[in-house]
Design a protein around this ligand. Structure first.
Ligand code: GMT
Length: 379
């Protein structure tokens, strides 16, 4: 197949999933064309089946806000027509699904029919998308997509609850490449951070309010009162300054390190003992899956799609949002040397259920189904 993938090129979960999907499809022999405004972060190597088309955003003094959606739609038209794409797969509804709708209509006038698949990732539905400033466009462009997928049952349920969506939504969970995400030997790294064999706790996110990063610090504080531990905070975002203030208030700055955005997050995960994800909402929790693949158990909230990923009491624990006391107790249970090896093994076992080799065929057969329906004129 000759597939166009539209996504955000940044460190965000939807961009990571889209990029990893494109890479996996290319390895299967499909030709994959990424269409976005800059080179996706994980697409920094050569593969004969991978192509990158940059969206040109022209500034003009009249535009206080340059119309990215129009530039994107124009680029989609160009790439579909000249590269003879079979399918457009857009990740994150805003503004990709509506730009794809416009591109599809323009291509129709040129005698081309391009099927569009929209994958819903989370905040495009649960946070930004349902806001009145976007909701009518999101509803319309989901209903006008030829195929729609969501990354969890919970996200599918939320979509039907908050939007007047009439389209069938297929759940295709996120996935992991276990050849990349695996426990690596990084003992020197562990020694440098935990010279006295402290337990190592890690959190990675975009530090937005929805991640409740202050709860990470509170849980860590509770753990560190009982056992010597260190905390690594990977990522960056709007809550970072508050976090540093809280760290000073709690007096635990010496045990907490902010590492910023890291590309090789698997290196940090490889030496970690526990991952914390206390999010208010999480449609899937890709960062938790990455941790589990590196044999790191997870203590998370029970929000959104997290119960579909983490097996409570086995690969980690699920706690009520904001219940930092319970999260602390569950963390200490996992970190107990008697229990830790079993939780680590269970985390890896659960991650294997989401191996790319299991999930990729779901996308391929969904693509086939949507292309067949488009050819038959069924929408
Ligand atoms: O978590 C974020 O804020 C980033 C966001 C994104 O779209 O980049 O992540 C969402 O999509 C990920 C990939 O499907 C999911 O693993 C995350 O759970 C989801 N985030 C939320 O629902 C908050």
């Amino acid at each position: 197949m000759n597939i166009g993938i539209v996504c955000y090129p940044t460190f965000g979960g939807s961009g990571v999933v889209a990029t990893e999907l494109g890479i996996a499809l290319a390895k299967q022999g499909h030709r994959v064309h990424f269409i976005t405004y800059s080179q996706p972060t994980r697409l920094d190597f050569f593969n004969e089946n991978l192509f990158y088309h940059e969206v040109d955003i022209r500034a003009y003094p009249l535009f206080e806000y340059p119309p990215y959606e129009l530039a994107l739609a124009s680029k989609m038209v160009d790439v579909v027509a000249h590269e003879h794409l079979d399918l457009l797969h857009v990740h994150y509804a805003i503004p990709h699904a509506s730009a794809a709708y416009m591109a599809k209509k323009i291509l129709n006038t040129k005698g081309l029919n391009i099927p569009v698949i929209t994958t819903l990732h989370g905040t495009d539905i649960t946070l930004v998308g349902k806001d009145a400033s976007y909701e009518p466009v999101v509803t319309f462009s989901i209903n006008e997509s030829d195929g729609v997928t969501a990354v969890s049952e919970d996200l599918k349920k939320d979509t039907y609850q908050h939007f007047d969506v009439t389209r069938e939504i297929e759940v295709i969970p996120n996935f992991i490449d276990l050849t990349r995400f695996q426990k690596l030997k990084k003992d020197h790294f562990k020694m440098a951070i935990c010279p006295n064999d402290e337990k190592l706790i890690v959190h990675t996110s975009n530090f937005r309010k929805v991640k409740r990063v202050h709860d990470v610090l509170k849980v860590f504080q509770g753990i560190n009162k009982k056992i010597p531990a260190k905390l690594l905070m990977v990522g960056d975002g709007p809550e970072r300054n508050h976090l540093e203030t809280l760290c000073r208030e709690l007096g635990n700055c010496d045990d907490v390190r902010f590492l910023g955005k890291l590309e090789a997050v698997e290196e940090v995960l490889s030496v970690s003992d526990l991952f914390l994800m206390p999010s208010e909402k999480e449609s899937f929790g890709l960062a938790a899956l990455e941790a589990m693949a590196c044999q790191v158990p997870v203590v998370s909230s029970n929000a959104g799609g997290l119960p579909e990923l983490i097996i409570d009491g086995k690969s980690g624990f699920l706690c009520n949002v904001g219940d930092t006391q319970d999260m602390t107790e569950k963390s200490l249970l996992i970190l107990d040397d008697k229990n830790l090896p079993e939780f680590k093994a269970n985390a890896l076992a659960r991650a294997k259920d989401f191996d790319v080799t299991a999930i990729l065929p779901m996308y391929e057969s969904f693509y086939e189904k949507i292309m067949d329906s488009a050819k038959a004129g069924v929408s």
